[in-house]
Every structure is written in C-alpha cells, then in structure tokens.
Design a protein around this ligand. Structure first.
Ligand code: SF4
Length: 448
C-alpha cells in the first residue's frame, strides 16, 4: 500500500527486506532484520509501505542473477512511486558492486556479504537525516519486538539457524567462496541461543544451514556434539540438517541420524555429478559407487528417509557417457528429490577458463534427458507414497484447508500435502495420509 503523508509524519521509518535465493539468505535477512530493529526502524508489511526497501540478492547461477536484476529493476519502479530508499545487499552486491554504482544510480546504497548484522548501523551512517528522530530501542523492548515480529512476519512453525558461513572447498563451478569468503563457524553458544530464540518465537522445527555443514568445527566430533546439544533444546520437535557434502564426514554424521529421533528423515546432499572424471575436473570428491553406498546407509539408519540431491549438467569436458552415468544413478538409487542445473560459467571460478565448453543448446539437451529419466522415477516415488501415513507438521491454515509437510520434506524447498481440514493449528504435529498427487505436491487427510 502506498505511504500517506499522515503515516510519514506520525510513524518511525520503516523497512522491508525482499529475500532472494536459498535459506542461507533467509537467515542473513533475519540478521539484518534484527539489526534494523535495533536502530529503531519498524518492519513494514510490504515493500510499497516501506521507507527502506532492502533486497538480499543471489547470484549462484545465471538464472538467479537474472532474477536478482529483474527484482532490482522492478523495485526501482516501486521506489519512484513511493519515495523510498533502495538498498541492494548480499551476493550480487558483493560481485557486481561497481556495475551497480555505474549503471543503477537509482540504488541508494549497496553492500556485500558479511555485513548483515551491521545493516542498521550502515543505514544510519549513510542516511543520518532519516534517523534523526528515531530512538534506539532498549534491549527489553527489542527482545519483545523481535519475538512478536518473528511470529508475525516469520509466522511459520520452522526457522533456520546458521552454523557457519563461507567455504574452503573450491569447487570449480562455484562462485560462493569468492562471495562469502573462507569457512568460519559460529560458536556452539550462539547456535544454541539462536535456536532457543526461534523456539521462543514459535518454531517447532529448526533447520541448520551453512555453505558446508559437515565442515563445522573442522572436526566431526565437534559437529556431532553441536547437533546433540541443539537436539536437546526444550521445545524443539524436528531438527533438519541441510547441505551435507557427500563424504566421510557425512557418513559419520549418519550414525547420529539413527540415534536421535528428532533428526528429520531427510538427507540433503548435493552430488553435482557421479562421473569420477567430471567430479575431479569440478574439484570434488566421490564417485558413483561411493554415493550409492552413502545413500543406502542413510536409508538404512533412518527408515522412511528421503534424499534430495542435485546435479550440474554440461560441465566442460563432460561426455554423453558421463550423462548416462547420472541417468543410471537416478534409475538405480532413486533419490526422491532431484535438482538439475545447466552449467553456467561464472567469471572468477576455475571452471570459467576450462577448455571443452559445451554450447547452451547441448547443455539444455542434456538437462532434458536427465529430467525425463528423473520424472519417470518420480512417478514411481509418488505412487509409492499413496495410502501411506507420515508424521507431519502443519505449515499454514487458510479458508480452503491446511498445508501440511511430511517430516521427509524441507520447508520452502520440497513438496507439501494439502488437506481440507480447516481446524488444524499452525505448528501442530501429527500424521497425514497421502491420497493423491498432482505435479510435485500431494493431497491427503489428517489422521491424528
Ligand atoms: S562445497 Fe563447493 S559448491 Fe558448495 S559452497 Fe563450497 S565451493 Fe560451492
């Protein structure tokens, strides 16, 4: 809703954060959110109503970059209509700061990764006049505001907690280490306090996120200790682990899956390829047989566990035999959830200079071949779920019914089950029977 003169005169300045990209960006936006509250800004319900519109950007692949640029352009139109300040932050700002300064004068401020928790201070120093009348909230008010606001704006029964940032792996296709820097982890105390805060704000499920979860503490024992401690936080019902690099550390971590009931039956482990030669060229470890045994172990330690993985097609030097290997893997191991990315060379990565680049048309053809094979497997996966009863959590309730998520599905990433029951409560945990499916999502009924 556009701002009115009356509102401008009577209310403190407000902000709205548009978040693009992955759950890691969501966590960073939450950190900005707190920092902005701390400086006395108030959250707006939509971008139109805000005095400061911040866009937390993504530039992981070409499509993400395109979406980021389009969002900035749309927001420039919005800014002109609503007399706002437009602030661009995060990965795209880190990567293309100069281009933003040169080509997008309508952007009032931009800053890269690593400063999310200072967002309020940065805005205050850059736009002192806008902060003239604002009083900072004291800790007590801030705590209440943060909690109540978390409930309103993040009115979901789940929350993300970041355990580290950056990455040391240096996969040759990936720009993230350039944007996010070297791996650094959060202390156990800070992870626990973020977890407790999220639970106090209404979350029942916590998803631990990072660029490289199993690198935590650089020592698997430290990671296992952290997960055990988080799982013991009072009120936590579901603990989900995201971004597990497929190696020995993940293999060890799986033993804990078997021991801690609260860990969701869900393995998210991006393989990116299964051909040993392509993986080597990508500067990654592993091969078909190792990945197969890793996924088999995951399913054996946690019955009912489902797997999400991803593949990049068309990396320089990839042959059709390599593509066939991925297809064979999908048909053989049947990961339930698969993301396919066409390789797009990112300036600043080692892959950018590799020989043997494929044409975009050829890459699309390969993506489509693998997608067709996956969709065939997915039909069986869907079919096998019909009639089964799964532990589940209610994510949303509307006039039409409820959106329910099986423990096998991560929030905002995976499929959901629609049920007609309107009397359920957000955050309620029980069981859902899957009765049918359409495209990716399912329909069913609440049974307990
Ligand atoms: S593990 Fe590889 S793909 Fe993942 S963030 Fe690190 S460099 Fe990128």
């Amino acid at each position: 809703m556009p701002k009115t003169k009356e509102k401008e005169d009577t209310l403190p300045k407000s902000f709205y954060i548009t978040t693009l990209g992955c759950p890691k960006n969501t966590v960073d936006s939450m950190s900005m959110h707190q920092s902005l509250l701390k400086e006395g800004l108030l959250p707006a319900n939509d971008p139109e109503a805000s005095d400061f519109h911040l866009i937390n950007t993504c530039t992981f692949i070409q499509d993400a970059t395109k979406e980021t640029i389009q969002t900035i352009l749309d927001s420039i139109d919005l800014k002109k209509k609503n007399n706002q300040k437009l602030v661009v932050v995060g990965c795209f700002a880190e990567r293309a700061g100069k281009e933003i300064s040169d080509d997008l004068p309508e952007v009032d401020l931009h800053f890269g990764t690593g400063k999310y928790d200072q967002a309020g201070d940065i805005l205050k120093k850059t736009f002192p006049l806008d902060f003239k009348e604002i009083k900072e909230f004291n800790e007590d008010i801030l705590e209440r505001l943060t909690l109540s606001n978390s409930i309103e704006n993040y009115s979901k029964p789940y929350s993300y907690v970041k355990i580290s940032d950056g990455c040391n792996r240096g996969c040759h296709f990936c720009i993230i280490p350039n944007l996010r820097g070297k791996f650094r982890d959060s202390s156990e105390e800070s992870v626990l306090s973020d977890t407790r805060r999220a639970i106090a704000a209404g979350a029942k499920e916590i998803a631990l996120v990072s660029q490289d979860t199993v690198f935590y503490g650089k020592d698997t024992d430290k990671l296992l200790g952290l997960i055990e401690s988080v799982s013991e936080v009072e009120g936590l019902q579901i603990l989900r682990l995201l971004y597990l690099y497929p190696d020995k550390k993940t293999e060890r971590l799986l033993d804990l899956y078997g021991k801690i009931d609260k860990i969701a039956p869900y393995l998210e482990s991006p393989l990116q390829h299964v051909s040993k030669s392509v993986l080597k060229s990508m500067n990654r470890t592993g091969e078909y047989s190792y990945f197969k045994s890793l996924f088999e172990k995951a399913r054996s330690v946690k019955p009912g566990l489902e797997i999400r993985t991803s593949f990049i097609l068309g990396f320089p030097g990839e042959t059709m035999a390599d593509v066939d290997e991925i297809i064979r893997f999908i048909q053989d191991v049947k990961p339930e959830k698969v993301n396919l990315f066409p390789y797009s060379p990112q300036e600043g990565t080692k892959g950018f200079d590799l020989e043997g680049k494929l044409k975009d048309k050829e890459i699309s053809k390969r993506v489509n071949l693998v997608r067709d094979a996956y969709l065939e497997v997915l039909k069986d996966t869907h079919q096998s779920r019909i009639g089964k009863i799964y532990p589940a959590i209610v994510d949303e309730v509307t006039e039409e019914g409820a959106t329910v998520r099986r423990f096998q599905d991560a929030p905002e990433i995976d499929e959901v089950v629609f049920v007609e029951d309107r009397n359920l409560q957000v955050g309620q945990i029980g069981k859902v029977r899957v009765e049918s499916f359409f495209e990716l999502d399912m329909a069913g009924s609440w049974v307990a």
